[in-house]
Design a binder for this molecule. Structure first.
Ligand code: HGY
Ligand code: MN
Ligand code: MN
Length: 407
């Protein structure tokens, strides 16, 4: 059996992690920043060194293409190399670099597959700087127009279009022009299930629904000491109250329901001033769309009720709403079969996190392969996956791509 070089994969992960390196061993390469550009340049140089034909598309997605014996739709793998600000070294990077190691193994064995092989990284998967998340793959899959994507701005008012141009990744290829025969994304689980159950490979059946909303609350700033509680119009109170409500709601709904108030800013943010402005986000997710809609409605009703009682104004902005995605059943079965053929333990599960694969399923049969995250940690510099698990996942990817590329 053709083996992939695990050691090289670990070296590549370390080398990429050094770009935008932060305290604790993680990386900060927010989409379209100079650090993201440096990471992109490094991975593109690796693609070229492997003899791949590199294409940059109009939303900055990068695809490295390896010719097949025949001019057919390629088997594509990939993920993202942008990170959150407290990123680990595996989220996204692992899937892209494992794809490059698949190519290296084919090169070194002198194998030319029937179908071309493609390795991609997509723009702004994280959505930490620009929303929506999975922006590049959403455009690639035809779910968002280029002009709308270019218009997304970060909190400093910088746009995707301007930043792509600034870092030199406003490419010319039409996003989605290369329609894959099949798409595979290898990724860390980022949750605790595989690690707790000591399972080696996660066979991902679906991605849960994602709802991101930003609330801008306007109250009246006032003296913390002299203003009686009955006279307050405290913007910060609405933010805090919604956080507590959303957490209680998720607990009450149970199942897969999760709720997070991840971003919160107060103004003037001073110890002795009642805040007159609060901007905060609510991230709600569930594998069941009807339940997710119920959660969204109940949070919105809570915000409206407290806003009335507190006499504050609220501006609501829906940043993201993606329904749950079910992956191609045949390809999911194939993941399970290949993992078991390598005597790896498997377990089927939904993905708690969003991924580029959920967009690619709109274009072609798509599946994901998960490997365990120690203690379920991710979006945290201590994100860790055992080398043996990283190697096992990459070998499953290699074997599947070899098989699919002969279809
Ligand atoms: O938010 C997510 O699930 C992904 O990391 N963008
Ligand atoms: Mn990811
Ligand atoms: Mn992530």
């Amino acid at each position: 059996m053709l083996r992939l070089d695990d050691r090289r994969l670990l070296e590549a992960l370390d080398e990429l992690a050094a770009i935008g390196a932060i305290e604790g061993g993680g990386s900060a390469r927010l989409a379209l920043t100079d650090e993201d550009k440096a990471g992109r340049d490094l991975v593109v140089s690796w693609m070229r060194a492997l003899g791949l034909n590199v294409r940059v598309d109009a939303i900055g997605n990068v695809v490295g293409l390896r010719a097949g014996r025949e001019e057919l739709a390629p088997v594509m793998t990939g993920s993202h190399i942008d990170t959150v600000r407290t990123g680990g070294r595996y989220d996204g990077n692992y899937g892209v670099l494992a794809g490059l190691e698949v190519v290296r193994a084919l090169n070194e064995a002198g194998i030319v597959t029937r179908r071309p092989i493609a390795v991609a990284f997509f723009t702004n998967e994280e959505g930490a700087r620009f929303q929506p998340d999975m922006l590049g793959s959403l455009v690639y899959a035809g779910g968002l127009g280029l002009n709308e994507a270019y218009g997304a701005v970060d909190k400093d008012g910088r746009s995707v279009g301007d930043e792509l141009r600034r870092i030199g990744y406003l490419g010319t290829a039409r996003p989605g022009a290369l329609k894959p025969h099949a798409f595979l994304e290898l990724h860390i689980e980022q949750g605790p299930i595989l690690d707790e159950e000591k399972i080696q490979i996660g066979v991902v059946e679906s991605v849960q629904g994602i709802s991101w909303t930003e609330y801008t609350v306007t109250g009246v700033s006032n003296h913390a000491g002299t203003t009686p509680m009955r006279l307050r119009r405290d913007a910060g109170y609405l933010a805090a109250s919604t956080n507590v409500f959303a957490r209680g709601l998720a607990r009450e709904m149970g199942g897969d329901q999760v709720a997070t108030v991840g971003a919160l800013s107060l103004r003037p943010n001073l110890i002795n001033v009642v805040p007159n402005r609060a901007v905060f986000t609510v991230d709600l997710r569930n594998t069941d769309d009807a339940k997710l809609r119920d959660a969204e409605a109940r949070v919105a009703a809570h915000v409206a009720e407290v806003a009335r009682a507190e006499r504050v104004e609220v501006e609501t902005r829906v940043l993201v709403r993606f329904e749950p995605v079910i992956f191609d059943a045949g390809l999911v079965d194939r993941v399970e079969r290949h993992a078991r053929a390598l005597s790896l333990s498997t377990r089927r599960l939904p993905s708690g996190a969003g991924h580029d694969a959920q967009m690619m399923q709109r274009l072609c049969p798509t599946a994901m392969i998960f490997v365990p995250s120690v203690a379920g940690l991710s979006h945290n510099v201590q994100e860790f996956t055992e080398p043996a698990d990283l190697g096992a996942g990459a070998q499953v990817l290699l074997n599947m791509m070899l098989e699919l590329a002969e279809q």
